[in-house]
Design a protein around this ligand. Structure first.
Ligand SMILES: [Zn+2]
Length: 398
């Protein structure tokens, strides 16, 4: 997204050059004409060099990228916008990774045999409370799509208490062809897995089981598995409610779960799609142990400010942003395999354009009316975490 923004900024200036309506001030046009493809290419080549080892936050390559960007900002005369008069806004992160050998999930029906599940094959889980170990033995509450949306008069949690329990829900929005109702064919935020987990935690649940169905999620189990068996990273200061077991289960497992509760997946899915769906506690519990390795690290957002001249706009700024981090080095690379995720396109290009915009603007003799904030943000690949921190700690009042 940041990259698209930078691209559209460049596209915008190109369009402005050819537009006949209002010519740019000559000084601005002169600065704009200094924007150089070679310069952008040069920045990107450095950022995506093997030497930077895929720019993983908190590791050497990521730190090198941050230092490089700060050095460029300094050379353009930007004012430091980070901590204690530096260009660096340090962000504290905590990562968790579930231990596949020690993490166990068993579905325990009131009648019938317990069903142990296989890690990565049947379920995946992460502990967003960042606890090294969590034990769960709690009833499962079926909440359909797991959505509370007053604007659509929809509440899947109505009439049930999920405090200390585990919710079970479907990914995506309740089905709709009406664009005014859950975005019609499109998906609203209520349909995303992040919302399901956030809302379950807000409602007091200790765990959540999202039923994976490829057509509803629009991606396969392999995507769910890969992104949930690797390390998950959070802002350390994040105070939002979290889950000890944020998990996904395969569709087949959900089928067996409903059968052990004396119902069927098809019946429950169609009931969940209708207004008036009633959530209920199932006669099945989840008994789980979630063991995680937890680690802490820091990585900076890099912020430079070009002060504006309008006195009335001293507390206003236009923010130009791109994420500079990438995926680092592949952990399980085979001998001889190219293990470095160079990230030239994602997002070396966006960062290079950000730098070039800053360079071109500061080479102009005209000062901008509003301040310009240049923010190269970190930990985008972990879920836009650097951006989130920047929005929570803006260098100018929001
Ligand atoms: Zn990216």
């Amino acid at each position: 997204m940041k990259q698209a923004l930078a691209l559209s900024l460049l596209a915008g200036t190109l369009a402005a050059q050819t537009a006949t309506t209002k010519p740019l001030p000559p000084t601005v046009e002169a600065a704009e004409n200094t924007v150089s493809a070679d310069s952008i290419r040069g920045f990107d080549q450095f950022l995506a060099d093997d030497l930077l080892e895929g720019r993983y936050p908190g590791q050497r390559g990521g730190e090198l990228a941050a230092k490089f960007i700060a050095t460029q900002f300094a050379s353009y005369g930007l004012r430091p916008g980070g901590d204690n008069g530096t260009y660096f806004q340090q962000v504290d992160f905590t990562s968790v990774k579930s231990d596949p050998a020690k993490t166990t999930f068993t579905l325990v029906p009131k009648s019938g045999a317990p069903m142990p599940l296989r890690f990565a094959e049947d379920f995946v889980v992460f502990n967003s409370k960042l606890e090294p170990e969590a034990a769960i033995d709690a009833p499962i509450v079926w909440v359909g799509y797991g959505v509370t949306a007053p604007e659509y008069k929809w509440d899947d949690y109505k009439g049930v208490d999920v405090k200390g329990k585990v919710i079970l829900c479907i990914v995506n929005d309740p089905p709709s062809d009406d664009p005014k109702f859950f975005g019609g064919k499109g998906m609203t935020y209520y349909g995303r897995w992040t919302y399901k987990f956030e809302h379950a935690a807000e409602m007091g649940a200790v765990g959540a089981l999202i039923i994976h169905r490829t057509d509803l999620a629009s991606y396969g189990w392999d995507v769910v598995r890969n992104s949930n068996t690797s390390e998950k990273t959070f802002l350390t200061q994040d105070k939002d409610p979290k889950l000890s077991a944020a998990s996904w289960i395969q569709l087949d497992i959900a089928k067996k779960l409903f059968e052990s509760a004396g119902t069927t997946l098809d019946a429950e899915f169609s009931a969940a799609a209708k207004p008036g769906f009633q959530a209920r506690e199932l006669p099945v519990s989840l008994k789980a142990t979630v063991v995680s390795s937890v680690r802490h690290f820091q990585s900076p957002n890099v912020i430079g400010i070009y002060p504006g001249v309008l006195r009335t706009a001293q507390d206003q700024a236009v923010v130009y942003s791109a994420h500079y981090d990438h995926l680092g080095v592949k952990a399980d690379a085979k001998p001889g395999e190219d293990a470095i995720f160079n990230g030239a396109a994602d997002n070396g290009t966006g960062t290079a354009m950000l730098l070039e915009i800053a360079r071109a603007v500061t080479s102009s003799k005209v000062l901008p009316p509003h301040s310009m904030v240049f923010a190269a943000v970190t930990a985008e690949e972990q879920g836009l975490l650097g951006s989130l921190y920047l929005a929570q700690h803006p260098p100018v009042p929001l």
